[in-house]
Design a protein around this ligand. Structure first.
Ligand SMILES: Cc1cc2nc3c(=O)[nH]c(=O)nc-3n(C[C@H](O)[C@H](O)[C@H](O)COP(=O)(O)OP(=O)(O)OC[C@H]3O[C@@H](n4cnc5c(N)ncnc54)[C@H](O)[C@@H]3O)c2cc1C
Length: 286
């Protein structure tokens, strides 16, 4: 199949810069190509994984024994009054800056990755989250080795805190979404975007990462618990718990997935022993 590559290092496809070789990898630039890639994976009896910006994924340094499909449909969107249809692979940050006459998306400035990745994990910041904006999600479902097109209403998406129906089902592949936004004052919107970006730049650790490792709880911040457990700055191999934000792990350059997983294990054990709280991963591990 054209474009299908073998033994491709996944580190290049994750903002963590960690990941061994994928048995196969293909970059697809339209929905038909996406379908053909899935059909090929089914034909080869391989598991497959569709990714966007790789900013929420820890890939194993041992690699992925299947087909990784990188979605890159281009930055297309269609505006119909306050409804905006956006391609799954649209970079979220690009969208925030393009839609500066609409209010409701300012919280997302500076979040790396694509619209689909953000819907998958119901990404959020500064009190806003993807589910606030979703009118409809279009997806492909792979079921009984067949590919069917499906529309999901907001209710069908089962959104929760950093969760959705898509998060634990790799057979649901988002192809586009219709967002509902309100028209607003561009100067005020740009101000809000600038403010949120400044706050993010101040708070967010520098270096290779995949954002917050653990979910917060109703009445706790995972980062604060990790800090109170005395783990800030702990390092295993090339992976280090950030000095700036304890819910971030930074790849200092040569970290392996085992280094990161070892830190995750230590954090979970220490937080449970000290605070009787079981931390749950926000990131996806493959
Ligand atoms: C510096 C930094 C800051 C961050 N800040 C935030 C923040 O403030 N708030 C926040 O919520 N997150 C944050 N993140 C995490 C991450 O950026 C978001 O979760 C982002 O929305 C993930 O998008 P992505 O395209 O990179 O997804 P990926 O990492 O590529 O994928 C994430 C999951 O989505 C799935 N997926 C990808 N594309 C599709 C598709 N088309 N259909 C179905 N499933 C798909 C993947 O299989 C995977 O399971 C941050 C990350 C970094 C590195």
């Amino acid at each position: 199949m054209e474009g299908l590559k073998e033994n491709v290092l996944l580190s290049k496809y994750s903002t963590f810069r960690i990941g061994g070789p994928a048995k196969y990898l293909i970059e697809v630039s339209d929905p038909k190509e996406l379908e053909r890639a899935i059909e090929k994976a089914l034909e080869l009896d391989l598991r497959f994984l569709v990714i966007g910006g790789g900013s929420n994924i820890l890939f194993s340094s041992k690699g992925y024994d299947g087909m990784v499909i990188v979605f890159n449909l281009g930055n297309k969107f269609l505006i119909d009054d306050n409804l905006i249809e956006v391609n799954a692979s649209m970079p979220l940050n690009y969208l925030v800056n393009k839609l500066d006459s609409y209010t409701g998306l300012e919280w997302a400035v500076g979040i790396p990755g694509t619209l689909a990745g953000a819907i998958n994990g119901n990404a959020g910041a500064f009190g806003g989250e993807m589910s606030d904006l979703i009118k409809k999600v279009k997806a492909l479902e792979v079921k009984d080795r067949k590919i069917i097109e499906r529309d999901f209403s907001k209710e069908d998406c089962n959104f929760g805190y950093r969760n959705s129906i898509f998060k634990n089902n790799p057979n649901l592949i988002i192809t586009s979404a219709i967002l509902e936004l309100k028209k607003g004052n561009t100067e005020e919107i740009k101000d809000k975007i600038r403010n949120n970006l400044s706050k993010r730049i101040l708070k967010q650790p520098k270096g290779f990462s995949i954002g917050s490792i653990f979910k917060n709880g109703d009445n706790f911040s995972a980062g604060e618990l990790i800090e109170k457990a005395g783990l800030k700055g702990m390092q295993i191999g090339g992976a280090k718990i950030s000095e700036d934000h304890a819910n971030f792990i930074i790849n200092l350059g040569d970290a392996t997935s085992d280094d990161v997983l070892a830190l995750i294990k230590i954090i979970k054990k220490a937080v449970e022993e000290k605070f009787s709280i079981k931390l749950e991963e926000e990131i996806k591990i493959f």
